[in-house]
Design a protein around this ligand. Structure first.
Ligand SMILES: Nc1ncnc2c1ncn2[C@@H]1O[C@H](COP(=O)(O)OP(=O)(O)OP(=O)(O)O)[C@@H](O)[C@H]1O
Ligand SMILES: [Mg+2]
Length: 162
């Protein structure tokens, strides 16, 4: 199942992430792809807010840390694979235990892995203009499809692209 939408501001991207975080269930893996500055971290910040992660634990682009954990309604395992290219290196981080655990695993730069990671949803973000971003959601399992269907029903874009 595929669904596309656009956002016109970082706040709108955070709102989309927040809705995602509110609806997410334990054990999901979400892959985030898009070029530098596309808005992966911005979306992840919204997800954290939807999971009720405290603002005292802000989500940032972890430039050297490959994993940051934030605690909310569910733990949020926020990976950034920009500096990794091997699935083996990811395994060294204990990735599988997080991905198969009871949190929500969000993986920025997931497509740097040579092998495709199993996931409930893959989100790719494309920069259309300075503030316009196109989001493509690809639900890959039953939980992902259920979540995406709920997002489609509930998402009300605040800014309509012209
Ligand atoms: N509609 C939008 N959605 C998200 N970010 C936007 C939007 N419009 C402008 N921006 C800006 O784009 C940048 C997105 O940065 P962000 O750190 O989220 O990107 P990223 O994809 O995580 O990049 P990196 O690969 O470097 O981690 C921010 O400076 C944000 O203010
Ligand atoms: Mg980032």
């Amino acid at each position: 199942m595929l669904w596309e939408t656009t956002t016109g501001t970082p706040e709108e991207t955070r709102a989309l992430g927040r809705l995602f975080g509110e609806l997410a269930v334990a054990g999901m893996v979400v892959l985030l792809n898009g070029e530098l500055g596309a808005g992966k971290t911005c979306f992840a910040q919204g997800v954290a807010s939807g999971l009720a992660v405290s603002t005292a634990s802000p989500v940032t682009s972890p430039s050297y840390t490959l994993l940051n954990i934030h605690y909310g309604r569910l733990p949020l395992y926020h990976f950034d694979l920009y500096r990794l290219s091997q699935v083996d290196d990811l395994a060294d981080l204990g990735y599988d235990e997080f991905a198969e655990g009871d949190g929500l695993t969000l993986v920025e730069w997931a497509d740097r892995m040579t092998e495709e990671l199993p996931a409930s949803i893959a989100v790719s973000i494309e920069t259309l203009a300075s503030q316009q971003r196109k989001f493509c959601f690809d639900a890959r399992d039953d939980r992902g499809r259920e979540l995406l269907a709920q997002i489609v029903r509930r998402w009300l874009p605040t800014v309509k692209p012209t």
